[in-house]
Design a protein around this ligand. Sequence first.
Ligand SMILES: Cc1cc2nc3c(=O)[nH]c(=O)nc-3n(C[C@H](O)[C@H](O)[C@H](O)COP(=O)(O)O)c2cc1C
Length: 343
Amino acid sequence: MLNPRGISNKKPLGEASLKTRITQLLGIQHPIIQGGMHFVGFAELAAAVSNAGGLGIITGLTQRTPEKLALEIARCRGMTDKPFGVNITFLPAVTAPDYPGFVETIINSGIKIVETAGNNPQKYLPALKSAGIKVIHKCTSVRHALKAESIGCDAVSVDGFECGGHPGEDDVPNMILLPRAAEALKIPFVASGGMADGRSLVAALALGADGMNMGTRFMATQEAPIHLHVKEAIVAASELDTRLIMRPLRNTERVLANAAVDRLLSKERELGSKLNFADIAAEVGGVYPRIMQEGDMNAGAWSCGMVVGLIHDIPTCKELIDRIMAEAEELIRHRLEAMLAAA
Ligand SMILES: Cc1cc2nc3c(=O)[nH]c(=O)nc-3n(C[C@H](O)[C@H](O)[C@H](O)COP(=O)(O)O)c2cc1C
C-alpha cells in the first residue's frame, strides 16, 4: 500500500511484528512460544527464546525439587529481562512430585506465566490466578480445551497428533483440530505440534490460532543445552522417523525411532493387552539425562515430533525467530496478497 506521497508504508521485510491476542496477553513481541521440554527447557533455552522476542519456558519438573526450580528461575533472570514462563506437568506417577511446593516456588519467584500440561490444573488455579499469573493449559482435544476455558485458564496450547511428546488418544491432526478449537473457544489459543517456520505460523493464524508453540524445533538450536548428538539426530531425521509408543497403556508418546524404541515396540507386540509399565521401564524410565546430556542416542525413548522432517539446521534462537517472522511477513504480504490481487 502507498501513502499519499507515493512511499510504501510497509515496514521492510524482517522487521514485522504480529500483534495477536497472545502477544497482548503475555506481553511478548512475537506470537511464538517454546513449550516445556523435560531435560531441554533449562534457563539457557528459555532466556534465549525470550531475548529473541518469543516466550521461553523453563520445565519445572526437570528441576527435581522446588528449591532447585527457584535457583533455575533466578539463573534465567540473570540471562534475560524479558518475560519467561515455567511449565508444570501434572502426570500420574507412583510417587507424585511435590506439586504444591513447585506451585509455591513459582508464585514466590514472581513468575507471571505458567504452562500447565497433563492432568486438569484446577486444584492450583486459585493460587496461581490470585498471584496474577497467566495460565496456558496445553491439551490435545477440543473438550479438554473447553474444560480449561471453563475453569479459568487464560489461554490454551492445542497439541495436534503430529506433536512430539504426548498427543493423547484421539489422533486428530492440527489441520482439523485448530479450526475446531477456533469454532469452540473464546479464550486465545496457540497451535502446537508440527510447527517449524513462517509457513507454520501463517497457517496456524489462518486456521484460527493466535500464535504457535514449538518443541522439537527449539531443540535444534545453538542455545538448547543438550548434546550435539541429539541436535544432529533431529537434523538427520525425516518425517517418517517418529514412532508412537505406550499406546496399550493409553499414555501414547511420539518419539524418535531408535534401537530402544524398536525393543520397546516388540515387547508391546508380544505382550499385547498384558503389557505393564514395568515391562518397558528400561526403555522409558529415567533415560533423559543419558540422552540429552551424555548424547547416548540409544539409551531409551525420547519425545520428538513429526516436524523433524522440516528441520534442516541448528540456528540460534534469534536467527530462527527472525527467520520465521520474515518468512511469515513475506507469505502474507507477497504470496497471499499477490494471489488476491491477481484474482
Ligand atoms: C524432548 C521433549 C520433551 C518434552 N517434555 C515435555 C514436558 O515435560 N511437559 C510438557 O508439557 N510437554 C513436553 N513436551 C511437549 C512440548 O512442550 C510441545 O508441546 C511439543 O513438542 C509440540 O510439538 P512439536 O515437537 O511438534 O513442536 C516435550 C517435547 C519434547 C520434544
